[in-house]
Ligand binder design. Structure first.
Ligand code: AMP
Length: 599
């Protein structure tokens, strides 16, 4: 039954009491979008009236939208960084928020090569939990019987650090999974996971993945949905199964846990779950030893109804491979969130990836929208762009999301470009278009053009002694193998062919590029193994000219033609690949150190 018809009568017969309350909540929030947003802004401005940040703009206690908009500027992370640094260094005065800063959330966005640090307050955990609590009631409208089994979700915590002032800095999901909200969540038949908390909370990524996969295999008949937060995470789990099924099958056959699982609480917990099951072990061996992994998810977990992973935005590149392993299972994108704030959910979670729209819940933060017209001339300084409120955006238009949060971010540019597709009641629904300035992304890394250029400049310094330079380049996120990796197509000008750069030097260029990339990239390479070694493909001379001819033959203007720095169209990749003269890989992982933050 459609969400729309259910929601118009939220106390419908299929919805249990808890679901009805959640659906009714969505109903009320989305019917009163404008009023809820006004209330949210008022609450934020009242509570934070005495903060240093708001006092700077002389609001003088005003809590109305017009005064706020006329006095408080739209800002980026870089604008806030000096104040954020003060908090990181131990300043406990109310700079952004009247509530104490409980920790920093480390965003996958970077600034000057380091993760952004988002100050947060304890109460935000309640808001995150609230949004999570809406997901299953919406899903239950579309898929029945999800209380009759379990979810196999690959969930992980990542490295935590402390700032010089002693505050924890960690990713938002690590913060959530480690919170009492998650650890002591009450039993809910719709949210039973195969993974025990001990496995999710184990900081060693191998032990965590191994035991989560083992539990998933042991409970294979009970699994009704398989997921991870992002598509890249689920694919990493499949790759893990490819690499480790023999040991997993051995454990299942004998009932003895792999000695590489050394975490005592995890061993203890697994000893209660694992029992010898030779038949299951035989089945796993049979399924996993074959060459053909098409539909492996449906074969190993035959009762799976859908895959719960985000495949919008940068993750769309993984749709074909997920369809392959998932044997055509529906892909469900349920929510849209960030370290700064959790924004909203997909009210039609079984819609196909190209149709996914997220409804921003008006109670989460105060949202404004900067019209985004990629082809429009730059706006002059005299007429700053008019920001539009959540209830006033227009269908078909694109906007950049600007948020004001309870934790104290004011008119903060998130950097996401969204397009309005429709309204649910008076709440707009948005298609995620893209993150601004992101050229390459494999996992949670986001590399922009300037970073890539800098990395190439640094690496190509090695070529100087060979009288060689990089004349043109293009990049490509290669996700055909798991983990995916960055590919750089280089065309070189070798002035002295008798002394051209050696294979080793070009391998070294790969590593130097990696060393220059941001800390999220390097962490994914070193700690998470979610990105493979960077590759340089040196092209035959003249390839980029050929590429320009190709673009012009397809209608590009000869005067305005610029080499696109990132390629994702297969004909172009095919053309480039057919002109590759040599291939080079990074010989070792780059440096990464969890404590390496410059703060
Ligand atoms: P982080 O800063 O690491 O918390 O990452 C948050 C960012 O991830 C968002 O601002 C988006 O760019 C992206 N993101 C989060 N949820 C989705 C989604 N459902 N679809 C596409 N991109 C998303």
């Amino acid at each position: 039954m459609a969400v729309d018809s259910q929601l118009s009568s939220p106390l419908g017969p299929t919805a249990c009491d808890k679901d009805s309350k959640a659906l009714q909540f969505i109903e009320v929030m989305t019917r009163e979008t404008g009023a809820v947003q006004e209330r949210v802004l008022g609450e934020i401005l009242i509570r934070n009236a005495e903060t240093e940040y708001l006092r700077r703009f002389q609001l003088n206690g005003a809590t109305d939208r017009d005064t706020f908009k006329s006095k408080v500027p739209v800002v980026t992370y870089e604008d806030l960084q000096p104040d954020i640094q003060r908090i990181a260094n131990g300043d406990r005065s109310p700079i952004f928020s009247a509530h104490p800063i409980s920790e920093f959330l480390t965003s996958s966005g970077t600034s000057a090569g380091e993760r952004k640090l988002m100050p947060t307050i304890h109460e935000e955990l309640d808001r995150r939990q609230l949004l999570y609590s809406l997901l299953m009631p919406v899903m239950n409208q579309y898929v029945s019987g999800l209380d009759k089994g379990k979810g196999l979700y690959f969930l992980f915590v990542k490295a935590e650090t402390k700032t010089p002032g002693g505050l924890l800095a960690r990713p938002v999901l690590t913060s959530y999974y480690r919170s009492e909200h998650f650890k002591t969540r009450p039993y809910d038949p719709y949210n039973v996971y195969t993974s025990p908390n001990e496995a999710i909370l184990c900081a060693d990524s191998f032990q965590s993945m191994y035991t989560q996969m083992l539990c998933g295999l042991l409970m294979r008949e009970e699994v009704l949905r398989v997921g991870a937060v992002f598509a890249s995470g689920l694919l990493r789990a499949i790759r893990f199964l490819q690499l480790h099924w023999q040991q997993l099958a051995h454990d299942i056959s004998t009932g003895a846990l792999n000695p590489k699982i050394t975490d005592p609480s995890l061993r203890d917990c697994m000893s209660k779950i694992i029992k010898p099951n030779p038949e299951l072990s035989k089945f796993i061996t049979q399924e996993c030893s074959g060459e053909n992994w098409e539909g492996i998810i449906t074969r190993v977990w035959p009762n799976t109804k859908y895959l719960d992973v985000i495949v919008t935005g940068a993750m769309a590149q993984y749709i074909p491979i997920l369809e392959y392993y998932g044997g055509g299972l529906p892909l469900s994108c349920t929510m849209y969130a960030s370290s700064e704030c959790y924004f909203g959910l997909n009210l039609k979670p079984m819609s196909s990836p190209s149709e996914v729209s997220y409804t921003i819940m008006p109670n989460m933060c105060y949202c404004e929208f900067l019209p985004h017209e990629p082809d429009a001339p730059a706006v002059s300084r005299d007429s700053p762009p008019q920001l539009v409120d959540l209830a006033d955006v227009e269908v078909g238009k694109q906007y950049e999301l600007i948020i004001t949060t309870y934790a104290g971010l004011c008119r903060y540019r998130v950097g996401d470009i969204l397009q309005v597709t429709d309204f649910y009641n008076s709440a707009p629904q948005f298609r995620f278009i893209r993150r601004k300035n992101v050229l390459l992304s494999i996992d949670s890394d986001k590399t922009d053009e300037a970073e890539l250029q800098k990395a190439i400049d640094n690496a190509s310094a090695l070529l100087k002694e060979f009288n060689t330079s990089v004349v043109e380049y293009m990049s490509y996120a290669d996700t055909k193998s798991i983990p995916g990796h960055y590919v750089l197509y280089w065309e070189l000008l070798v002035k002295d062919p008798a002394n051209s750069p050696t294979h080793e030097v070009l391998n070294r260029c790969c590593l130097d590029m990696e060393e220059s990339l941001n800390s999220v990239y390097r962490q994914s390479r070193v700690a998470d193994n979610s990105i493979g070694p960077l590759e340089i493909r040196v092209l035959d001379n003249g390839t980029f000219e050929e590429l320009m001819d190709y673009a012009i033959s397809r209608g590009a203007s000869i005067n305005q033609y610029k080499v696109p720095r990132c390629v994702n169209s297969s004909p172009i990749v095919e053309l480039l690949d057919s002109r590759v003269a040599s291939v080079h890989f990074s010989p070792e992982p780059p440096q990464w150190n969890p404590e390496g933050r410059r703060c």
